[in-house]
Design a protein around this ligand. Structure first.
Ligand SMILES: [Zn+2]
Length: 271
């Protein structure tokens, strides 16, 4: 799973619907720190419109992605980076990420219904460790700016392994040997191909998501049998099978039926 999907607490079966980078960010000066922040929008707000509006008020933002929870509620993850000295020296803060947290607080004053929830804070060293653990060539990424390290994590959210992104960096192409409209840049290549839906997500491993062993007595229902149950009963059956009530809240009946019919091995809506 992509690192950002792993470290930020999303309800199971949340879906990414868009991804972007900000090319007008300030150049790195060398002591950058980074923050990825999950913002959840009120149910009546469009995550496309609201994330664009939000980022218009975030001077340190370098990119992000938006999406929807299983119940349709919109959210965005925004990535920011700033020099640690901005917090520690210019603002006399005690924490090097302070200016980034403060920027989120200020931006959210323009959208009172939006809520800052889970976050992931990083230093350049931590970002390099993430790349190293993924098997990427450290000789290559040691030269990357923090912005590029963050863009790599964003590109990984498009189902391209970090090691491939690093390999493609020097070649200025993410997909050598594959037919595509080459953007001449590994990050832009990934984001451009993702928007064509050519980078489809692997099926989620629900056993891994829910950390549970499938019961040997698990009953394989048919859709026809399940349609006879009331929605409330389907909900209780799904909870008995290990689904979190919070993840089921607002799920329509056909989604609950899909959860039950195939042994929790496929996501809702997949036939
Ligand atoms: Zn290319």
């Amino acid at each position: 799973m992509a690192h950002l999907f792993n470290v930020i607490d999303f309800p199971a079966l949340s879906r990414m619907t868009g991804i972007w980078t900000n090319s007008t960010h300030d150049a790195d000066v060398g002591d950058e720190v980074a923050l990825a922040q999950l913002i959840v929008f009120p149910p009546d707000q469009d995550p496309v419109v609201e994330s664009d509006f939000l980022c218009g008020h975030l001077p340190f933002h370098v990119g992000g992605f938006h999406g929807v929870f299983p119940d349709g509620q919109g959210w965005a993850v925004v990535l920011q980076k700033a020099s640690a000295a901005t917090s520690m020296e210019l603002m006399a803060a005690s924490e090097s990420h302070w200016v980034l947290v403060d920027a989120i607080d200020r931006a959210l004053r323009f959208n009172y219904g939006a809520d800052a929830q889970d976050w992931f804070a990083a230093t350049r060293e931590l970002l390099l460790t993430i790349y190293h653990r993924s098997g990427a060539d450290l000789d290559v990424v040691e030269d990357w700016s923090v912005t590029e390290l963050l863009w790599g994590l964003l590109a990984e959210c498009c189902n391209v392994p970090l090691v491939d992104i690093v390999d493609g960096y020097a070649q200025e192409c993410a997909f050598p040997g594959r037919e595509h409209n080459c953007q001449g840049d590994v990050f832009r290549d990934v984001f451009a191909l993702w928007t064509t839906r050519a980078l489809s997500a692997p099926e989620p491993d629900l056993d891994e998501i829910f950390d549970g062993e499938p019961s040997p007595e698990f009953k394989r229902w048919t859709r026809k049998q399940l349609k006879k149950f009331k929605k409330r009963d389907l909900m209780q059956m799904a909870i008995a099978d290990g689904w979190e009530p919070a993840d089921l809240a607002g799920a329509p009946k056909d989604v609950l039926i899909t959860l039950m019919i195939d042994g929790q091995t496929r996501p809702p809506g997949v036939q």
